[in-house]
Design a protein around this ligand. Structure first.
Ligand code: G3H
Length: 543
């Protein structure tokens, strides 16, 4: 066992070495939310184990069991939830889709107030379930709460714009956004709270009813919020679905009753689920999928700034972000200097447990990930690359110390596969056409980062790249935020756009009520408005 591997092993604590405030009581979820009721579950369950191992009295290490949740085994386990969502929408006639925007906002404000009360518990579960650091888990929670408040504000703006009539060519019209129906929301393990809620919240606010399937890792942290959903919204607006995705989701899609598929996950899964819907034109898909974002480091790049940004881009949450930089193209003339500085900074990253002060490399939640990353490294080495940083790739159970791999080339797994972990492939280039050609031929098209100083060269790159990806970052890592910026991608990376405002649009459709400009019709409209007879035909203004 190497020195580093021993160091990683020693990081795993005995129970009494875990700081008291972060210790966890096993949480065995035996309830699920359907049709406004918390139902009792007495069927099979899925045990939840943490990526954190705990030292036993005999010195052995065991993945800490943190709880369990319902795991129905039958294909039709989601149908009860689907029926409840369909009933609550009631072809657009249900209480929720016909409720005024102001009243829907009041329900959401009630929910977010209750959510904030559970912060400590949820942040702790984020650390234990997916190994995210205390700082990042707290940020994920706070960012999600802020996202909800910002979404409420954006909805008020949309509603204000819709509270007036337009008169054109002798036609009077009122234009508002209406809900789409039943939305199936599925989020990823790496941002199990934030990314799930960036679809769930706008979907609910726009008047849809939802089926909510928590991710495989990061399930228990949703449990404390089910009661808040139950008590904040009318029955059937939020319904939970448990069970293996491959088992329960196909039945939901094949029913033809899902109107919107909101999935943050893999393009392969999204592709197959969309095809299962019997009426493809009735299905809207809002997808945020795979990515292999590249950094292109030009010969005149500021090395210190580039190293700093690339380190953040490749290594935040151990590289487990869809927006992570997953391949670095570096001009050959500065490759040596860049790699030397990058390697030095990489090796300063501190491995630790999620709650340890300053921890930057934490245990990985996917059980098969360390073996997969090792396979990528062996493949690259067999084809001529080397791990440059001392100890890079050293693995102990769920800990993988980051590896800087150079020179990576076409034919290696790391060249095209989305590693989604702490392995950093670097490709040298002589001609700028090489990284451009790589991006053009990629199946992905989310973002790119360009590092350099020469404005001619940067401008020359921006124009082809904006037609290949959806965000070009200059001298900065790739990232989703600020959440008011459009977040999307081309090719297999996304469908639809998610940002605070765009998401509200994605989960709704513009609808018009129109009439010819005659005195009789004007009387009808005035009467409806004055008597407050309709939620749609209304000039009420939300302040
Ligand atoms: O996993 C994808 C996340 O949306 C990335 O968000 O760029 O703010 O870390 P972020």
């Amino acid at each position: 066992m190497t020195h580093l591997s021993q160091k990683l092993e020693n990081l795993f604590p005995a129970e009494d070495q875990i700081p008291e405030e972060y210790r966890i009581e096993e949480l065995h979820q035996r309830e699920y939310l359907i049709d406004g009721r918390m139902r009792q579950w007495d069927g099979p369950t899925q045990e939840v184990v943490s990526p954190v191992y705990v030292r036993q009295a005999d010195g052995s290490l065991v993945r800490k069991v943190i709880g369990s949740y319902p795991l129905p085994g039958n294909d039709d386990a989601g149908l009860e939830a689907l029926d409840a969502a369909v009933r609550a929408f009631d072809n657009g006639r249900g209480e929720w889709p016909t409720m005024s925007v102001a009243d829907r906002i009041a329900c959401m404000e009630r929910f977010v107030g209750r959510m904030v009360e559970r912060k400590k518990e949820i942040v702790n579960l984020l650390m234990w379930e997916i190994g995210k650091t205390l700082g990042d888990s707290t940020k994920e929670f706070d960012r999600t709460v802020q996202y909800i408040y910002d979404t409420i504000d954006a909805l008020k703006d949309i509603d204000r714009a819709g509270s007036r009539f337009r008169i054109e060519e002798g036609i009077i019209g009122q234009i508002r956004r209406s809900p789409l129906g039943v939305v199936l929301c599925m989020g990823p393990f790496n941002y199990p709270l934030n990314e799930t809620y960036t679809t769930l919240i706008p979907a609910i606010l726009m008047g849809n009813t939802v089926l909510f399937k928590p991710p495989k890792h990061g399930t228990l942290l949703h449990y404390p919020l089910l009661e808040a959903f139950r008590s904040s919204f009318p029955k059937g607006v939020v319904n939970t679905v448990y069970g293996r995705g491959a088992t329960v989701v196909p039945t939901l899609m094949k029913s033809g009753k899902v109107n919107v598929l909101a999935l943050i996950g893999s393009s392969r899964v999204a592709d197959s689920l969309k095809k299962m819907h019997p009426k493809s034109n009735r299905l809207r898909a809002i997808l945020s999928l795979d990515a292999k974002n590249a950094a292109v480091v030009l010969s005149d790049a500021d090395i210190e700034l580039t190293v700093k940004e690339c380190l953040l881009g490749t290594m935040s949450f151990n590289g487990q972000r869809c927006t992570a930089l997953k391949i670095l193209w570096v001009h050959r003339s500065i490759a040596h200097r860049f790699l030397e500085r990058f390697g030095e900074e990489l090796n300063k990253l501190k491995p630790g447990l999620p709650w340890d002060k300053g921890a930057q490399v934490t245990p990985l939640p996917e059980p098969g990930k360390p073996a997969y990353l090792d396979e990528c490294l062996r493949d690259a080495e067999a084809k001529g690359a080397k791990v440059l940083n001392e100890g890079g790739g050293t693995t102990f159970e769920s800990f993988v110390f980051p590896a800087l791999v150079y020179p990576v080339k076409d034919g290696m797994k790391l060249y095209r596969e989305e590693q989604f972990g702490p392995v950093i492939p670097v490709v040298p280039f002589d001609d700028i056409e090489e990284p451009i050609e790589y991006i053009i031929r990629s199946d992905h098209g989310q973002q790119v980062s360009v590092f350099g100083k020469n404005t001619d060269r940067i401008a020359h790159l921006i124009d082809p790249l904006v037609n290949q990806v959806s965000r070009v970052n200059i001298n900065a890592q790739c990232q989703r935020g600020p959440d008011t910026f459009p977040f999307t991608g081309r090719k297999d990376s996304a469908e639809g756009t998610l940002s605070v405002e765009d998401a509200l649009r994605s989960f709704s459709i513009r609808t018009v009520v129109a009439t010819k400009e005659t005195d009789a019709n004007k009387d009808i409209l005035n009467h409806i408005i004055e008597e407050h007879k309709s939620q749609f035909i209304s000039t009420k203004f939300i302040f």
